[in-house]
Design a protein around this ligand. Structure first.
Ligand code: T4K
Length: 417
């Protein structure tokens, strides 16, 4: 690792990358290896690999306790968990969702012929703007899916009020929000149900995985049936279902991650603070903050780049970072409404999404987690400072293909994919 002191040393200008190996956004946290391997050996000895095994049951009970919720149903991933929850809640017709989210939120509706109606976001919180939600309700609307983006709670009181008054189901995509709370209550307890992702890239992971949480006994029973083909017992199918089961190996990873959850949050918090310190006083750069009395997992280091104030385009900054082996991401560019099939179905959706349209050109996510040290973060911030101090040189360099270093070319080919 090298810390750069002038613009000419930047890799986009022909210098060597600051980091020999890439830093990825979403590099997995690995809990205590020995504890995980002990569990894996036990699973192999028992020869019970999936289908509601003892490790899945243990994980579900421990998560219910941690979240303070009545039911936790472990799943193979959050996308299937969303699909099952949507179906179990009886959502049909139209459901209001943000476009500024990972595409799985919209796909989980469209996959079952429910129309995602994209709603704009609040420019500060980046999550659903309740006032705009109300304006989108039609006789076909059956529900709302809020997304606790970056692990920051949605406007849960306002959304609950709308859902109650308009008789709508309320589901939360809490993929980012494991370990976070709102007004002292853990995320996982709000709405009719909430869905977590435990994908490798999440701060708490089970390789692939997810969970639905709810305080509704009947809903929990339906979801349990649906995730296991509808089986109520041997040869006894009582419901339409699919396969949403979590494997024992994933549950073993989850139990191991859970033992480390406070440590992982502390590492993320330390990293977030280091970014805040390293980027302090840079005009035109806003680090999405985590403040207040609630708990956060600090998993998302999200910058908003104001091109007017910085003089640098978000994409030019991203390429500058990629050339240094800092594989920053444009989550969630270009917004679901600009992706297929939604772009074709609703070609004018952007007209009703002015905040989303602005935000998708501004955001960039930076690496955090146990793979990144505060020294690494100081170097990353210094790269950003050098780029912002020399916007014209950077703009010229990122347009000049012969000056691009291998990491940058690699980024270009994966962006094309
Ligand atoms: N709702 C929301 C709001 C979500 O953000 C997500 C998922 C979902 C629903 C659905 O949850 P799941 O069905 O996945 O449980 C990644 C993740 O695959 C996805 O889970 C996540 N959100 C999304 C935000 O990020 P991609 O397409 O960006 O993945 P990919 O392959 O580019 O990997 C992301 C980064 O992580 C890369 O920079 C490389 C790094 N990485 C990835 C893996 C898998 C590693 O360093 N090691 C790894 O093992 O979607």
């Amino acid at each position: 690792m090298t810390t750069k002191t002038n613009c000419g040393e930047l890799a986009v200008m022909g210098g060597l990358p600051a980091f020999a190996d890439p830093f990825f956004v979403g590099c997995p946290n690995i809990g205590e290896r020995e504890a995980f391997l002990r569990r894996i050996n036990d699973i192999l000895d028992r020869r019970w690999l999936t289908n509601n095994g003892v490790y899945v049951q243990e994980l579900e009970r421990k998560l219910e306790k941690y979240l303070g919720v009545k039911h936790c149903i472990a799943m193979c991933n959050a996308t299937i968990a969303l699909e099952i929850s949507i179906r179990a809640l009886g959502m049909t017709g139209e459901v209001i969702v943000p476009s500024f989210t990972f595409v799985a939120t919209a796909h989980s509706l469209q996959w079952q012929q429910i129309t995602p109606v994209f709603c704009d976001i609040d420019s500060v919180s980046h999550s659903l703007d309740p006032q705009r939600v109300e304006a989108l309700i039609t006789p076909r609307t059956s529900g709302i899916i809020g997304v606790h983006l970056w692990g920051k709670p949605c406007a849960v009181e306002a959304l609950a009020d709308i859902a109650r008054r308009r008789n709508l189901r309320l589901l939360y995509d809490a993929a980012h929000a494991f370990g976070c709370s709102h007004e002292g209550q853990m995320i996982g307890c709000f709405g009719d149900a909430e869905v977590f992702s435990f994908h490798a890239t999440k701060f708490f992971n089970t390789f692939e995985g997810g969970a639905v949480t709810t305080n509704d006994d009947d809903l929990a029973a339906r979801i349990r049936l649906m995730k296991n083909f509808g089986f109520a017992g041997y040869d006894d199918v009582t419901y339409i279902g699919t396969n949403g089961k979590m494997s024992e190996m994933s549950a073993a990873m989850g139990l191991t991650s859970l033992e480390q959850v406070d440590v992982l949050i502390e590492v993320n918090r330390r990293n977030h603070q280091a970014y805040a310190a390293g980027l302090a006083d840079l005009p035109g750069i806003r680090l999405v903050p985590y403040h207040g009395r609630d708990k956060f997992n600090y998993q998302y280091v999200v910058l908003e780049i104001d091109v007017e104030q910085t003089g640098i385009e978000r994409d030019a900054l991203m390429r500058t970072l990629h050339a240094e082996n800092v594989m920053a991401r444009r989550y969630f560019f270009p917004g679901c409404h600009n992706m297929e099939p939604y772009r074709s179905y609703f070609p004018h959706a952007g007209l009703l999404l002015p905040e989303t349209e602005k935000l998708v050109t501004k955001v960039i996510s930076l690496p955090t987690g146990t793979a990144v040290s505060t020294e690494n973060i100081a170097s990353i911030c210094q790269i950003i400072r050098l780029a912002l101090a020399n916007p014209d040189e950077i703009a010229k360099a990122v347009r000049t293909p012969q000056m691009l270093r291998p990491a940058l070319n690699q980024e270009r080919s994966s962006a094309a994919f």
